[in-house]
Design a protein around this ligand. Structure first.
Ligand SMILES: *Cc1c(COP(=O)(O)O)cnc(C)c1O
Length: 486
């Protein structure tokens, strides 16, 4: 594999992309001398057009992405993003709309926002949504802030939030940021919430229980009604982390499970682009009891007119400029409308089928701490590899050589050496089989040639990095001398 050098290395004096005709007037301080040539970059590269194009085209192919292949990053729902969403988001009326344009001139775009909120209410069974939060984690924080504001409006100062030991790290972080003490609730032998531990943990000091359903093992919390009853009986709220809605969409609704507040991740379940630092969206939905506390403004409709309602005295305030990431919402709406109710139901059915197909195909080889039928993902562990001195990290790195993005590792924390696989509904059986095959081959390699795994990946630009050094002291400039030091 040829390593792409920096464009500075390609520079040769006098090379340029275009040649201007010979001057037929007196030379003045021209555009090329004065304005567009960056003087503050030492050795500004001089390269031809074809060199520029090839350099950046080659670089653009070094990143792995969902358009290239299987991306089974558990908990992240890395599904394919249909191109129709991009086309719709590119419509001029969406693209050039100015967020400060008067509401009368923006009625169509406001309708898009309101329609999306209404559809999310229907899909989740919640009463009201706000599209302001720009990520799941921000949705969690907003949810906790609303719970606190509601409790304070009742004169209650509860101090504790309960969270299961299988939860995503953002849950305790959000509760903590909101000023709560976090207490952990144990999982039982099935990997679901231990009801006795929950009941024992509940008291009048508990503001909320944060639950993920299905949980991070991909297992449905079948006691969810009992969970919400226990929490409500002590006057607490139930927050549902809705990052795993891909398992439920069109099939069952959190609102019907009596949860009080939920966030969704449009960049997971609703197929908007994900990763690479692009904008996300973490809408938050509530039952009536929390609706007065939603961020303001909130989009409303009076008669035929859509408007932003700022007159919300109990609101926790604005949490994002304007009204969230508008074009992300447009993509998600395009996705919802292009699938329709039947299509949305099929998503969760196929996502669940695919995860169980992988679990069943690999359960005899890879260890499963909790081997119950899962929903949309399954969590293997590296227990059986220990005998060969190989870990989950080595398997993940070796998968790269098979052109598969590594699964999520070492999460959830209740599974030691976890490899969490979420195939999503967008993979064909052929691609699932290629993955299963790669995992089987790697298990054989682990036994026969563990060094091959421990030194993987072998087919990438850079091999095994020291991840701490790579993060703290990255060497971004590649020269032949830096080879091997990466
Ligand atoms: C992704 C995820 C989150 C956080 O969502 P972001 O949009 O990444 O902030 C929270 N909980 C779970 C279970 C997740 O998978």
């Amino acid at each position: 594999m040829i390593r792409e050098p920096l464009i500075f290395v390609l520079s040769e004096k006098g090379k340029r992309a275009c040649l201007l005709p010979v001057l037929d007037v007196d030379e003045k301080k021209s555009v090329t001398q004065g304005i567009t040539v960056r003087k503050n970059i030492k050795g500004f590269p001089q390269v031809s057009e074809v060199e520029v194009v090839r350099h950046f085209t080659r670089l653009s192919t070094t990143n792995y992405c969902v358009d290239e292949g299987f991306y089974p990053l558990g908990s992240c729902t890395m599904k394919y993003n249909p191109k129709i969403n991009e086309k719709v988001a590119g419509f001029e009326g969406f693209l050039v709309a100015h967020p400060l344009a008067p509401e009368e001139m923006n009625q169509g775009n406001l309708e898009v926002l309101k329609l999306t909120e209404d559809l999310l209410c229907e899909i989740t069974g919640m009463d009201k949504f706000s599209l302001q939060p720009s990520a799941g984690a921000q949705g969690e924080l907003v949810g906790m802030m609303m719970i606190r504001a509601c409790l304070e409006s009742r004169g209650e100062q509860r101090k504790v939030v309960l969270i299961p030991d299988s939860a995503h790290g953002t849950n305790p972080s959000s509760a903590h940021l909101c000023g709560y003490k976090v207490r952990e609730i144990k999982s039982n032998s099935r990997g679901t919430v231990d009801l006795q531990d929950l009941a024992a943990g509940m008291s009048e000091d508990v503001a909320a229980f944060m639950v993920t359903n299905p949980n991070t093992l991909g297992v449905f919390e079948s006691d969810i009604k009992e969970i919400t009853r226990i929490v409500h009986s002590e006057g607490g709220f139930v927050y549902m982390d809705g990052a795993n809605m891909n398992a439920l969409i069109g099939t069952s609704r959190p609102g019907d499970m009596d949860v009080d507040v939920i966030h969704l991740n449009l960049h997971k379940t609703f197929s908007t682009p994900h990763g690479g630092g692009g904008p996300g969206s973490g809408p938050v939905g509530v039952k009536e009891v929390l609706a007065p506390f939603l961020p303001k403004p909130h989009i409303e409709k009076r008669g035929e007119r859509y408007y932003f309602d700022y007159d919300r005295p109990q609101s926790i305030g604005q949490v994002k400029s304007f009204y969230g990431n508008f074009l992300v919402v447009v993509r998600a709406l395009s996705y919802i409308l292009s699938l329709g109710p039947e299509g949305l139901k099929e998503i969760s059915e196929i996502a669940v089928l695919n995860a169980n197909y992988i679990r069943k195909s690999l359960e005899d080889i890879y260890h499963l701490k909790y081997n119950s039928p899962t929903l949309h993902e399954c969590v293997f562990s590296d227990l059986f590899l220990k005998d060969f001195g190989v870990s989950n990290l080595d398997v993940a790195k070796r998968l790269i050589d098979y052109n598969v993005h590594p699964p999520t590792m070492s999460f959830p924390l209740i599974v030691h050496g976890a490899l969490m696989v979420e195939p999503t509904e967008t993979e064909s059986k052929r691609d699932l089989d290629l993955f299963i095959d790669a995992m089987k081959k790697i298990a054989i390699e682990a036994e026969k040639n563990p060094e091959l795994l421990k030194s993987a990946p072998h087919l990438t630009y850079v091999r095994r990095l020291n991840e701490t050094t790579a993060a703290r002291n990255p060497i971004l400039k590649w020269t032949p001398e830096s080879k091997g030091k990466e």
